[in-house]
Design a protein around this ligand. Structure first.
Ligand code: HAM
Length: 438
């Protein structure tokens, strides 16, 4: 049978066998963010198109080439969010959060949509864990956000991730820098791609992150922004570096990082894995809130690609928690036993145990095979005898040992104790392993 279609190019299904890894990464990241005082915000998947035009910027690749934009039935121009910052900023402004206590610190896990050439680590639907902090201009805020990103990667067990840091200044520094860029690129005008030619007048900095290899090569020799920073921006940048050093956070200065989105000012940074994959990017956007119509407030944050993070974790064999499995499978023989098993499963689940029983009407042998496939920790077979006596044998599937249990409320206590014993044995094994290595 031929399927009528497949998942669209650049999208991925996350199947049950791996979704627990996603849950682990997302929940851990959000929980670390909570420890830093960032609380979750949820915003719509789609926004009015002008939000992204104004924030991400008209001359960026994202807005010019990559947005999923469509007209809704009411004739409004709508865009699937290509990133998380603009929606978060719109939301905190719309709900007046910036009139309350500052800073406002939010975190999110969102899907993002960009019509990009799909390749390794680059998708059309991807997911970001991100944080945004509004109302904090001190260099400590930059260091805090960066250290949060690093803490997440550390907790995930990632090794060899480098922090690359730069400052791209404010509109004052930018004016002088644009002049230098325009002079440089005008000299090489004939080699630039069509899009970059149009950027030359309006936003020459965007030529620096053009994906065309020719423009990329020309950009590599262009003047660097750090040579044009005003006094305030230079001092801010030095202070950010001071904070990072004070906390022993290693970084490399990279004057070529300009980021592909227009809202950035001052600090910008990327976290790069050993194979060159950028797992996280972020920085300051001190003009964004005003650009969106709010009273001026500084802001900063980062976005971390979850697909990329998982790719690097897999490549490095980083530790994931064990895949969740069934605690107990209740095998039944006959209709009355099936009913009893269902009742027992309901009561045990109520207590929080992961319990399954037959819902297909399989034979005893097929149920046992299925329990094995599920990786059930324990099984109990219930037939006429067990029903009559109210007791059955509970088998530990790992050791093969069996123990008599009563098929009533007492079962819950026995199962809980057995599961605890298993966990403790696991911890003891781990200690023994560590002692051996040590
Ligand atoms: P970004 O650099 O465009 O920044 O994206 C952040 C991260 O999302 C990247 O470092 C990468 O890990 C992941 N990412 C981006 N595009 C793709 C893609 N097509 N496929 C897979 N992963 C991708 C932003 O989006 C900013 N909003 C970050 C930010 C928040 N800056 C301040 N606050």
């Amino acid at each position: 049978m031929a399927l009528i279609t497949q998942a669209p190019r650049g999208t991925q299904d996350v199947l049950p066998e791996t979704s627990y890894k996603w849950q682990y990464v997302e929940q851990t990241a959000l929980s670390i963010a909570r420890d830093f005082g960032f609380h979750e915000i949820r915003t719509p998947v789609f926004e009015h198109t002008n939000l992204f035009q104004r924030s991400v910027g008209e001359t960026t690749d994202v807005v010019q080439k990559e947005m999923y934009t469509f007209e809704d039935k009411g004739g409004r121009s709508i865009t699937l969010r290509p990133e998380g910052t603009a929606g978060a900023a719109r939301s905190v402004l719309e709900h007046g959060l910036l009139s309350g206590a500052l800073p406002v610190k939010v975190s999110y896990v969102t899907s993002c949509y960009r019509y990009e050439k799909s390749q390794k680590g680059r998708y059309r639907e991807f997911h970001q864990f991100g944080v945004e902090c509004f109302g904090a201009s001190a260099p400590q805020a930059d260091a805090e956000v960066i250290s949060l990103a690093i803490q997440v990667l550390k907790e995930m067990g990632l090794k060899g991730v480098a922090l690359r840091l730069n400052s791209i200044g404010c509109p004052t520094c930018r004016a002088r820098y644009y002049e230098a860029l325009q002079a440089y690129f005008t000299g090489r005008q004939s080699e630039l791609c069509g899009t970059c030619l149009s950027r030359l007048e309006r936003n020459p900095m965007r030529i620096l992150d053009c994906k065309s290899p020719v423009c990329h090569g020309i950009a590599a020799e262009a003047p660097v922004v750090t040579d044009y920073l005003c006094e305030d921006c230079a001092a801010h940048f030095v202070a950010v570096q001071g904070c990072l050093s004070a906390a022993d956070i290693a970084f490399t200065l990279d004057p070529h990082i300009v980021r592909g989105l227009d809202y950035y000012t001052r600090t910008v940074f990327e976290l790069v894995a050993e194979d060159g994959l950028v797992v996280c990017g972020g920085g300051r956007y001190d003009g964004l809130v005003e650009e969106l119509g709010g009273a001026p407030q500084p802001g900063l944050g980062f976005g971390m690609g979850i697909e990329r993070l998982l790719m690097v974790m897999e490549a490095q064999n980083a530790p994931f928690p064990e895949a969740p499995t069934c605690d107990l499978y209740l095998v039944s023989m006959g209709q009355a036993a099936a009913q009893k098993c269902f009742a027992l499963a309901t009561a045990l689940r109520d207590g929080g145990a992961a319990v399954e029983c037959d819902i297909v009407g399989r034979s005893l042998k097929a149920q046992m095979k299925y329990a094995d496939k599920l990786g059930a920790k324990f099984t109990i077979v219930v037939g006429d005898n067990e029903l009559e006596n109210g007791v059955a044998m509970m088998k530990d599937m790992a050791t093969g040992e069996s123990q008599e249990v009563s098929l009533d409320d007492g079962l819950y206590t026995v199962l809980r104790q057995k599961l605890l014993d298993r966990e403790l044995a696991g911890v003891t094994d781990l200690f023994a392993e560590v002692a051996e290595i040590g």
